[in-house]
Design a protein around this ligand. Structure first.
Ligand SMILES: *Cc1c(COP(=O)(O)O)cnc(C)c1O
Length: 356
């Protein structure tokens, strides 16, 4: 389907709920905008998409996604910029990743143009939900799940592609404490770590809960074979800074989720002449640098927070404290710059913002 003949039927709400939102007390991901997008897959193809009032969906008790986990998702954001335009940050990248996730999980992919247009149209219909308040945005959650009504393990023949959106406020992160995990595993070679597959997150809850009992917020995941190489932090990609260089685990194995925030961070840094190394990053190297004070910075990168600077890294019985946030000039600059691009304060030379 080409973009020009993409049109969705729209069933608008009688009355918007946007006036009832308590903007000063928004809990992340609990409030949903007026409309949602729905498109069904049957008879070997995606059927016509529709935008309709946000509402519960009927569900058969044998619905295959619940039993066997054919379920994938994406996460991206829309912003209201200083010119009062609504923009979506790099939805083409999410579209491409969604296709890869679908293929890995034997699910029918959504063509890139169709994905972008369905996200764009839904945000356009609910653009009053994209707040102008500083730090606020509209979180967009596209997902596909299998809807066959049968208990039997095989790729389903029917699916739903849906998009829901949720207004979110400033992401206040208290200084993040992370622990290097040497037992539990997020993803193994040959597994589904690269896909944004629902089961990956269910599987991460128990290990995360264990580290929270020890006073950490999140884990730093290591490789499944030897637990010697760093992979990601919680549900964010991880970047370190040593001697002015940005160092991050390379994504050539299929165990690391290819984050769009991290990619953008690295592209920006490179454009400023910062040296960037994408390679294997050993636990030993990072611990050594943290002990001798050469680890200048470590941060998580992801859509929710953009950049979440790490205050403390736990390794076995050690608690390694990183330099104060004020001294982390590079990641602070990257964070501000990303914000400025989204808000139209500096030219978007890379074409990252898609106007709604
Ligand atoms: C979504 C996600 C990320 C971050 O990806 P972004 O595209 O930057 O939001 C990183 N790691 C995991 C495991 C994720 O699920």
């Amino acid at each position: 389907m080409s973009l020009s003949d993409t049109s969705f039927s729209i069933q608008p709400v009688q009355q918007s709920r946007v006036g009832d939102v308590d903007w000063d007390n928004l809990a992340f991901g609990k409030i949903f905008s007026d409309h949602m997008f729905l498109m069904e897959y049957s008879d070997g193809q995606w059927q016509a998409g529709e935008i309709l009032p946000f509402q519960p969906i009927p569900m058969h008790p044998a619905m295959s996604a619940i039993h066997y986990g054919q379920s994938i998702f994406e996460g991206l954001k829309a912003y209201r910029n200083d010119d009062n335009d609504t923009v979506i940050f790099r939805p083409d990248m999410n579209a491409k990743r969604f296709i890869e996730s679908a293929e890995r999980m034997c699910m029918p992919p959504i063509p890139e143009d169709l994905f972008i247009e369905s996200v764009r149209k839904l945000v356009e219909v609910d653009k009053e939900w994209v707040s102008t308040k500083p730090g606020y945005s509209l979180y967009i959650r596209p997902f596909i799940f299998a809807t066959d009504e049968l208990v039997g393990i095989k790729p389903a023949e029917t699916y739903k592609f849906m998009i829901i959106t949720s207004p979110v406020g400033m992401y206040y992160s208290e200084p993040v404490r992370v622990k290097i995990e040497e037992y539990y595993t997020r993803a193994a070679k040959g597994g589904v770590g690269r896909a944004k597959a629902a089961g990956n997150y269910g599987a991460s809850l128990y290990p995360a809960k264990q580290c929270q009992l020890e006073g950490f917020h999140q884990l730093i995941w290591t490789d499944a074979v030897e637990h010697k190489y760093i992979e990601e932090s919680g549900t964010m990609n991880i970047v370190f800074q040593i001697d002015g260089k940005l160092i991050t685990p390379s994504e050539d194995s299929d165990t690391i989720l290819r984050g769009i925030t991290k990619r953008s961070v690295l592209e920006l840094a490179k454009s400023w002449g910062v040296e960037v190394e994408e390679r294997k990053v050993s636990v030993e190297e990072i611990i050594h640098a943290a002990r001798n004070g050469t680890l200048e910075d470590a941060f998580g990168a992801g859509t929710a927070a953009t950049i979440a600077q790490i205050a403390i890294i736990g390794f076995r019985d050690e608690r390694l404290e990183l330099p104060p946030f004020e001294t982390r000039t590079l990641s602070n600059k990257i964070k501000d710059h990303m914000e400025d691009i989204k808000l139209g304060r500096i030219p978007d030379v890379n074409g990252w913002c898609f106007r709604v």
